[in-house]
Design a protein around this ligand. Structure first.
Ligand SMILES: [Fe+2]
Length: 185
């Protein structure tokens, strides 16, 4: 039998996924400022907010195929609001997802279809099962990169529009080094 080198390497400590078919997308402040309650005009548009590595093989429409991912969320705040990912529902609400903490400190904010929000703490070695019908967003509450791995079905899809129309009802701020959660009434 032949023995092959792996096609991809995930450096868990340094937060890098490398390989031929790995895609990297970067989110800059110019494209993220509308996430925040009070955009900060003093923050440069080209500030890197987070980057996402993703990797999969084969036909993405094939039921049973999987994506592998890593999000590295920078310790930036926007008028005291903690940096966060855009957040999404899955297009296919039958598709669950695993997240796992690889470094830093944060929250996994989730929202049920009825708008109820809840969160889990994220840290090195934390493991999170996200139900298929639950919207999810990562928030960096610490002072270093928040690194979170993920594995989910390729057919899950991302429904960002639903979050734009019905935003998460909770926001996370850090004021005088204390976390402050503000929830819609
Ligand atoms: Fe997801």
């Amino acid at each position: 039998m032949e023995i092959f080198d792996p096609r991809v390497q995930h450096d868990f400590v340094n937060g890098i996924v490398e390989g031929k078919d790995v895609k990297i997308s970067k989110k800059y402040y110019r494209d993220a400022k509308h996430f925040y309650l009070n955009p900060d005009a003093s923050l440069a548009d080209d500030t890197l907010m987070y980057q996402v590595y993703s990797y999969s093989e084969g036909n993405s429409e094939q039921v049973g195929n999987l994506n592998w991912g890593l999000t590295v969320l920078k310790p930036v705040s926007v008028n005291q609001e903690c940096n966060m990912t855009r957040g999404h529902f899955h297009e296919n609400l039958d598709c669950a997802e695993f997240y796992f903490g690889l470094g830093g400190e944060g929250l996994l904010l989730m929202m049920k279809e009825d708008g109820t929000c809840f969160a889990e703490k994220v840290f090195l070695n934390s493991l999170h099962h996200i139900d298929g019908s639950v919207a999810h967003r990562l928030i960096n509450t610490g002072n270093e990169d928040l690194k979170v791995g993920a594995c989910w079905p390729t057919i899950a899809g991302h429904d960002y529009e639903r979050i734009e129309k019905h935003p998460f009802g909770a926001r996370v701020f850090k004021k005088d080094d204390e976390l402050v959660i503000e929830e819609d009434k």
